[in-house]
Design a binder for this molecule. Sequence first.
Ligand code: ADP
Length: 184
Amino acid sequence: MRNGYVLWFTGLSGSGKTTIATKLELKLRDMGTLVERLDGDILRETICKDLGFTKEDRIINIERTGFIAELLSRNGVQTLVSLISPYSDSREKLKNRIANFYEIYVHCPIEYCIARDVKGLYTKALQNKTPNFTGVTDIYEVPRQPDLTIDTHQESVEESVNRVLEFLYSKHLILPSWTKEEFV
Ligand code: ADP
């Protein structure tokens, strides 16, 4: 069995983490690989339902997600995490602990995220209706040394997904020749 890994997508709300991870998941599945996606919004509706948005709670949110990602990846699952995860220290702790952990900075300047306003959350935050909203009323610590940075305001979704695939190829985490038939 091939080793698992964790691709940890971090970035502002609306930067493109979920979009990229969702498309990548489909592509990887198509290659016949074991893949799982841990999405921040879904985790907050389930195992992190009890958590709010204070620094303390956000740290717990990152820790719990990291714990599951570690379990999956060490059992050979290609694990895609899309979580704002605003704190460098929390991310770096996971990076130091989890084998094959790659931090992917999904970079998109906040003015573009505001213009996208995928979930209408920025409008609310800018009207001071949402305390602790990352990038507006709460901090986001830019990754110091990400393994990959994707500038989603400058390229299409397809191009961004391809950049992650190229990254995976470059790390020999997937092989360009992989097809379903070859894998089974
Ligand atoms: P996040 O998960 O980071 O909160 P989403 O993936 O939900 O963000 O939303 C990102 C939005 O930006 C989507 O509407 C998506 O179509 C758009 N978008 C435009 N270009 C890109 C790109 N290169 N990569 C990812 N998303 C992009």
